[in-house]
Design a protein around this ligand. Sequence first.
Ligand code: NAD
Length: 365
Amino acid sequence: MKKTRLVLYMKNILINGDMSAKAFHNLDVFLKKEIENGVKIFVLMDKNTRQHCLPYVLKQCPELKKATDYFITAPGEAYKNLETVVSIWNALSAENATRNSIFINLGGGVICDMGAFAASTFKRGMRFIQIPTTLLAMADAAIGGKTAIDFNNLKNQIGTFAEAEKVIIDEHFLQTLPENELRSGFAEIIKMAIVKGPKEFDLLRNQTYKEISDWQPWIEMAVSEKEKIVQKDLTEKNIRKRLNLGHTFGHAFESLALERELPLTHGEAVAMGLVCDAYLSVKYEHITSRRQKRIEDYILQQFPYFKISAADTMTMLFRMRQDKKNKADAVRSTLITPKEILFDVEIPDTDIVDTLAYYRALAVS
Ligand code: NAD
């Protein structure tokens, strides 16, 4: 794959390559001007990104040292909730933040989703910048303007569509990312390669995530593919739904894990969701079982299998019925075909149960 070192997409998405610090320089110049005009800057991060990412950012972008305040949360999905957002709103109010202030999210998908939600709702929406620090956030969460928090143990139940002023992507942050988090982000890259088409997936499956040393081409593939779709359908009225591939089942796996306090990353859940969608796609005769097996084998070769019981099947069905993508009570999911990803496909409960039975059988096969 061709290497490009600094890419500026149509929207303000800047990818910082290891040969250039231009993206952060761009941010530094931008912030200097804003601060000179009296604009207040706020930075949200979690304990880990404060330790591993903030020192690098301050070196690359010294203007950030003049931020009005830094907000630090505990890490993890369990804190992507209203309580944390209320504490952010309280802190912003105490600092007299205005709609013209700038809110910077330095972190993974949790920080990017939650910080963007807090910013996009404060005083009807303040400006925000995403600096994703996980592979998942670089390739997916920080792009495309979806903000969210979890509610009542359900993923992303409350949220807005709001576009970031800028997104700064720098694979330098991946150096300190734990391996399971890197693999988690890889699931969204696999998804994006399947969405792009069989050729892209075949190119990707030549290697495992452990064999990839330069992530930039794959991040660029995912970002450009997502941007192309989001430009046409920001608010997910139609084609953006293709990006939900693996997510109907994935969110149900994730909610189950959250409820049971079992460790399961978002990407691991999506990977299991992709296995389920691939099975449904062959069941509905859209793809060959050879293609389904290629997807399934590639995923199970790299991701830990998440075990569920027969009783979990009904809990997951209940969760899936509550998914935002559904109309009335019927579960809607995405399916893979040779040419495109079908979305809004109504899946009868019997087929959900059958898919989960197939998935459970993989534990012993
Ligand atoms: P995360 O944000 O919880 O980060 C994973 C862990 O890595 C955390 O402990 C974090 O502190 C730590 N970390 C982050 N950067 C690090 C670094 N550079 N070095 C060391 N540690 C680091 O998880 P995630 O997988 O990035 O994001 C998952 C979230 O993204 C989910 O809530 C999901 O719903 C959301 N998401 C949103 C979208 C969207 O379009 N908005 C798309 C996909 C996923």
